[in-house]
Design a protein around this ligand. Structure first.
Ligand code: NAD
Length: 452
């Protein structure tokens, strides 16, 4: 099939590359010339496991190409996916200006029938409105499909190739549904993986799913706070809860709050949708409010330990990305933590395996922040270590090196990576989320150094 993707970011690039890999001829359009130039050379502008290899392989077959010219894309693809950003407007509602501008341009450029697929996350009713715009601007036949994306950054290729479900939202255009079903057939584990819903329902499934996952995170963070104040270990509570098959263990990890380019903005946008139709959104508002609290909880833990003035203090930060295996720092909790601690006067030595360049751009002008090449370089002569992202390489660190590098042996762990009993044995003061602080007494001897 001939397919065009407009917007070559996390979603568009993964979609275009995986569709090309399945044998389709794909043109990816993006307005950013630097991005298109890189991509045309086989260099991925984002870090996503397995993606760059797949881009290179499909460029080589000639089934994948990149352009800045929308006209070229509209001429090429019988199916045109729109996968541009829908960032929050000042009032929290989804900013649909890029989606709408593309719909208008496509309407003017198309010279025969097209299936237009909105993959961007858009509020209920957007498909209907975009369909009306197309109706007004083109005499050529078209179908407008909603096809929300559920991939997780950090596992995006894997998720696209083996999705739990593929949602096709349509208002009754059977031919267009058939075309999109055929396009996705290679990725469907079973025929039931592909679900055809109304267009409005498809749009709503995406927001409801993200809001529900965000709710679980805020819920467990709230329970964690009660646990911390009652000397109960949230990890024990979490595993006890998760063993209930009605509850399950996923998305019940306490931490520094949810971040990234989806949950924060989608919860806010859904609240605006609710307000717009006169519905109360008390649960969603609380989910958001708890997350705002959670994002600063780790920094506040640090300020409780050292006092409000951190001038003269150096702190190490491990992890800048909003989650492991991505370089995305959009709305990352680490950024909020760094801003707060920098404002309090601290010097911050930051390390992330992939996200340092993006964090550097995000934190431009933030005082006292430096980026280093390795985790142990970050803790050199630091007064404490703060963990913001659960990259695998932080799970089993060399505690001997941590003890010898840190000026004060204190770890603030926003991801509960370690067992507090281990930290007592390691003679490291350990603060984590929803668990009593582990503070070694003088009587605790450090473990003998490891043999080489
Ligand atoms: P992104 O910012 O990574 O990518 C958007 C791309 O669109 C950028 O490369 C930008 O240059 C390009 N662009 C903007 N305007 C354009 C135009 N007029 N013509 C051509 N290209 C244009 O965004 P993303 O993270 O891929 O998200 C895209 C959409 O998918 C959003 O609605 C988001 O909510 C949704 N979504 C994202 C994820 C995720 O994990 N990132 C998951 C599911 C759904």
């Amino acid at each position: 099939m001939k397919v065009t993707i407009v917007g070559s970011g996390y979603v568009g690039l993964v979609t275009g590359t995986c569709l090309a890999d399945a044998g389709n001829h794909v043109v990816c359009v993006d307005i950013d010339p630097a991005k298109v130039e890189k991509l045309s050379k086989g260099v991925s502008p984002i870090y996503e496991p397995g993606l760059e290899e797949l881009i290179k392989a499909n460029l080589a077959t000639g089934r994948l190409r990149f352009t800045t010219q929308l006209a070229e894309g509209v001429e090429h693809g019988g199916v045109i996916f729109i996968a541009v950003g829908t960032p929050p407007s000042a009032d929290g509602s989804a900013d649909l200006s890029s989606v709408e501008a593309i719909v208008r341009d496509v309407a003017k450029l198309m010279t025969s029938s097209r299936v237009i697929v909105i993959k961007s996350t858009v509020p209920v009713g957007t498909g209907r409105r975009m369909s009306q715009i197309l109706e007004d601007l083109t005499a050529h036949p078209f179908a407008l499909i909603s096809n929300p994306e559920f991939l997780r950054e950090g596992a995006a290729v894997e998720d696209f190739l083996r999705p739990d479900r593929i949602i096709i939202g349509s208002d009754g255009d059977a031919d267009a549904v058939q075309i999109i079903t055929e396009l996705y057939a290679p990725f469907a584990k079973t025929p039931q993986t592909i679900m055809v819903l109304s267009r409005d329902a498809a749009e709503m499934v995406k927001y409801a799913s993200n809001a529900y996952l965000a709710t679980r995170i805020s819920f467990i963070n709230e329970i964690a706070d009660i646990c911390a104040r009652t000397d109960v270990d949230i990890n024990e509570v979490r595993s006890g809860m998760g063993a209930d098959s009605r509850i399950g263990a996923a998305f019940l990890y306490p931490g520094v709050g949810y971040g990234g380019s989806c949950f924060p903005k989608d919860v806010q946008a859904l609240i605006r949708v609710a307000q717009g139709v006169g519905s109360r959104s008390d649960v969603l508002a609380s989910v958001h409010a708890r997350n705002e609290l959670q994002k600063v909880a780790l920094a506040e833990m640090v300020l409780r330990k050292y006092g409000k003035d951190l001038a003269g203090r150096t702190l190490a930060i491990w992890g800048l990305a909003f989650k492991p295996n991505t370089d995305d720092v959009r709305d990352a909790p680490a950024i909020s933590v760094i801003r707060l601690l920098s404002k309090a006067g601290a010097r911050l030595r930051c390390y992330d395996p992939k996200a340092s360049a993006n964090a550097k751009a995000e934190l431009k002008g933030c005082r006292g922040v430096e980026f280093v090449a390795g985790p142990y370089e970050a803790i050199e002569k630091a007064d404490g270590l703060i963990i913001c992202t659960e990259w695998n390489e932080f799970r089993t660190p060399d505690f001997d090196r941590i003890r010898s590098h840190l000026r004060e042996r204190v770890i603030f762990d926003g991801r509960n990576l370690y067992d507090p009993r281990t930290m007592i044995r390691q003679r490291i003061e350990y603060h984590s989320i929803g668990r009593p602080a582990a503070i070694p007494s003088r009587g605790h001897a450090a473990p003998p150094p490891k043999h080489k």
